[in-house]
Write a protein of this length. Structure first.
Length: 179
């Protein structure tokens, strides 16, 4: 079981990384795409994810459901600046900092690629907006970044990924909410 899950999980995260890389290239951030989620191959993240692998959603969600927390998630969010949780600091005057553009853009690509990887042929242009509407209610995210993400995902739901995901549109939308 674990060997089978290890192979499936490796394929899934590698496919996800490839999708993020392609999307990041579309928006003019190839380096962010290349650097995306290397920590998922670390023992802390990989082995826990193999143990809780389902193939339909993140293994960290399954681990948190069963144990109340996930070491893999704690490790991951502390090393990957494209996660809103990385920018949350309870002791800071502004608890939720505004994520710099390059990481906010990578976050958009990550969200879309995750939907594509997990949903496969069932992925629709509306999928990620529906997922985001639930997610944003339970995570700590800067309100300006939340507005940026909502706007981009709404555009994608209306027009599709290709017309929306480009450097000019993402930068203009980020500037509208975050600068």
């Amino acid at each position: 079981m674990y060997i089978k899950n290890a192979i499936k999980h490796f394929k899934l995260i590698t496919h996800h990384k490839w999708l993020v890389f392609k999307l990041c290239c579309k928006i003019g951030e190839p380096w962010r795409g290349f650097m995306h989620d290397w920590s998922k191959y670390s023992p802390t993240e990989f082995f826990e994810s193999v143990k809780y692998y389902q193939g339909t959603h993140s293994p960290t969600v399954e681990c948190k459901r069963i144990n109340g927390y996930s070491n893999a998630w704690l490790h991951h969010k502390g090393r990957n600046k494209h996660h809103a949780e990385y920018w949350f600091d309870e002791a800071a005057p502004q608890k939720n900092a505004i994520m710099p553009y390059k990481y906010a853009a990578e976050m958009i690509c990550d969200k879309i690629a995750a939907g594509m990887a997990y949903e496969g042929k069932n992925f629709t242009k509306e999928y990620e907006l529906q997922y985001w509407k639930k997610e944003k209610e339970i995570i700590n995210v800067n309100e300006h970044i939340a507005e940026f993400v909502t706007d981009i995902l709404t555009q994608i739901a209306e027009k599709g990924v290709n017309p929306v995901l480009n450097k000019k549109n993402l930068k203009a939308t980020y500037k509208k909410y975050c600068e």
